[in-house]
Design a protein around this ligand. Structure first.
Ligand SMILES: C[S@@+](CC[C@H](N)C(=O)[O-])C[C@H]1O[C@@H](n2cnc3c(N)ncnc32)[C@H](O)[C@@H]1O
Length: 285
């Protein structure tokens, strides 16, 4: 029998021990992703959305030799595959790293794409519009999402939930029928979504104390398009908790794993703030 997301979340909390924070629809665990995922039963998650450390010396990582880093990635991606439901998916966000005497900015998908047993459906370009200005090369303005599934013939794709309403000729007709879908167009494989910015006069409203925070609009699109209501979602590198915030506000169950306690605290605060905001909205109506 297939258990629903809530039952799987409850079961998972029993097997993983005390979460750092727990609510009706979420659990945040403070610890190492690889070892915690190793204690999860197979097929537990419908969707994993994550962005790992890129091995580029951010404040939350200790860079390792390249091969060691890639082997580590292979291990946790294998772990994600084991605990993904047969009709489930894995959305992996990665950027670039430099390799001395070889590449200034090597796209991580070149190194990681086939280091796991998933089937790759598509690469999505996340174009974030603004960022640092380069002097000796083009200014970087994108990262990638790799959309993996376990079964290429059976996976969730809710296109209507993520259609882009910005259609150029919405009233165009052919044989007296509207040519385009009235909800909007397919959002394509290039997603123009602003980055979370920092700085005194330009900080995004959603800015949290984390240097690599996902924008909520980006993760909402993944959660809505590639999982169903009541599904169970995982982010094993939770950071400031964006995946979890998106899941609770879109009616999914979610488990987050994060190694640094201060980020777990940030994630838990953001999730609770979202739940409070939702309660206030219900109260107003
Ligand atoms: C790229 S950031 C994720 C940011 C996140 N997407 C957000 O919206 O804030 C990667 C996170 O992985 C965490 N991390 C690094 N090694 C880890 C490990 N072994 N297990 C769990 N978390 C880890 C880091 O502390 C960091 O917060």
């Amino acid at each position: 029998m297939i258990m629903d997301g809530r039952a799987r979340l409850d079961e998972l909390c029993d097997s993983l021990g005390d979460p750092y924070a727990r609510g009706d629809r979420y659990a945040v665990f403070c610890g190492d992703a690889l070892s915690l995922m190793g204690r999860v039963k197979p097929d537990a998650f419908d969707l994993t959305v994550t962005s790992p450390p890129y091995n580029i010396g951010k404040e939350y990582e200790d860079p390792r030799p390249l091969e060691e880093y890639l082997n580590w990635c292979e291990q946790w991606m294998g772990g994600i595959h084991r605990i993904t439901h047969p009709r489930g998916a894995f959305w992996l966000n990665v950027g670039y790293l430099s390799i001395p005497e070889k590449a200034k900015a090597l796209p991580l998908p070149y190194l990681l794409w086939d280091r796991n047993p998933f089937f790759l459906v598509q690469e999505v370009v996340w174009n974030y519009g603004a960022g640092v200005a380069a002097r000796k090369s083009l200014s970087p303005r994108n990262e990638k999402f790799l959309w993996y599934v376990k079964d290429p013939d059976a996976y969730t794709f809710n296109l209507d939930a993520i259609r882009d309403p910005d259609v150029k000729y919405p009233n165009q007709k052919k044989n007296k029928r509207l040519r385009c879908n009235t909800i909007g167009k397919n959002p394509s494989d290039v997603w123009r979504i602003a980055k979370v910015t920092s700085g005194r006069n330009r900080a995004s409203a959603e800015r949290a104390p984390h240097p690599a925070q996902f924008p909520l609009d980006l993760i909402d699109r993944v959660v809505l398009g590639f999982s169903n209501p009541e599904d169970l979602v995982l982010d094993p590198f939770l950071g400031s908790g964006t995946t979890a915030v998106s899941c609770v506000r879109n009616g999914r169950f979610v488990v987050g794993i994060e190694i640094q306690e201060s980020y777990c605290e940030c994630a838990a605060d953001r999730i609770e703030a979202e739940l409070q905001a939702e309660k206030s909205r219900l109260f107003v109506y």
